[in-house]
Design a protein around this ligand. Structure first.
Ligand SMILES: Nc1ncnc2c1ncn2[C@@H]1O[C@H](COP(=O)(O)OP(=O)(O)OP(=O)(O)O)[C@@H](O)[C@H]1O
Ligand SMILES: [Mg+2]
Length: 240
């Protein structure tokens, strides 16, 4: 099975010089569904921002679809393969309408008008956003913004979908819809969240991060029930 992402011994620090990623290595294969957990500040978001080229490692290498990030023509080419939704959803939405926000990726990829129209309509209906399709995303509720960001990422049909705290602000119905969608997805995805039930329901593999390192990488069911490991890293095991 081919590797969608291969991070090899990556290290990163922000301006203050403290290592936030410390020699982290990770492979994600085609179609794999991976949860990423760890306490606040463990480095989940920082790792995600490396995987589609928003941040560059200080040392180490990242390959997307077996090619080093530096060999991809430009950042848009990387993002067509690796779509990321931000933890801070307000940083992500910039178009003047929900419709345009979802159409943005497909337009950039040069799809035909008909393909764009069909895709946007499909996602509007799927997430119950049809009524707000002409409104500026910035004026929507937190949950609506989150679903617009999800729809916009999914509309690009990437090889890897990276979701950073995707269920924040979602109501019960939207959360269930997202989980149903994720379960049916053929492509690989990674989800960082403190919502361990979401990870349990939607992934088969789970990575535990601590201080910029991967300290456990196991089948989800096994890791989320492992009190010993989770308590060691200040997390609570999932009781079933
Ligand atoms: N722009 C920044 N400048 C300096 N330090 C930062 C910046 N962004 C994050 N950090 C620091 O990097 C570390 C990792 O942060 P990151 O956001 O990757 O953690 P996280 O695991 O995603 O946490 P959370 O669960 O709260 O989302 C933290 O110590 C954080 O304070
Ligand atoms: Mg984060």
């Amino acid at each position: 099975m081919s590797c969608v992402i291969h991070a090899d011994n990556i290290t990163f620090s922000y301006a203050n010089g403290i290592n936030v990623l410390s020699g982290l290595s990770l492979r994600v294969h085609e179609g794999e569904k991976v949860g990423v957990i760890g306490t606040s500040g463990a480095g989940k978001t920082t790792l995600f921002w490396h995987l589609n080229g928003l941040l560059r490692p200080v040392s180490g290498n990242i390959k997307v679809l077996e090619r080093p990030l530096s060999e991809h023509k430009n950042i848009n080419e990387v993002r067509r393969h690796v779509a990321l939704t931000f933890q801070q959803v307000n940083d992500q939405l910039f178009c003047s309408s929900v419709w345009d926000e979802i159409a943005f990726g497909p337009r950039n990829l040069g799809w035909t008008k008909k393909q764009i129209q069909d895709t946007v309509e499909r996602w509007l209906v799927y997430f119950g956003l049809t009524e707000v399709s002409q409104r500026p995303p910035q004026h929507l509720s937190g949950g609506q913004k989150r679903t617009v960001a999800l729809a916009a990422a999914m509309a690009m049909e990437p090889d890897l979908l990276i979701l950073d705290e995707p269920a924040n602000d979602l109501d019960h119905r939207q959360r269930r819809r997202m989980i149903t969608y994720l379960k049916g997805l053929q492509i690989a995805f990674m989800i960082a969240t403190h919502d361990l039930r979401l990870i349990m329901e939607s992934t088969e593999r789970c990575i535990l991060m601590d201080k910029g390192k991967i300290v456990a990488d196991r089948p989800t069911v096994e890791l989320l029930r492992n009190e010993k490991i989770l308590e060691k890293y200040e997390m609570e095991a999932l009781k079933m």
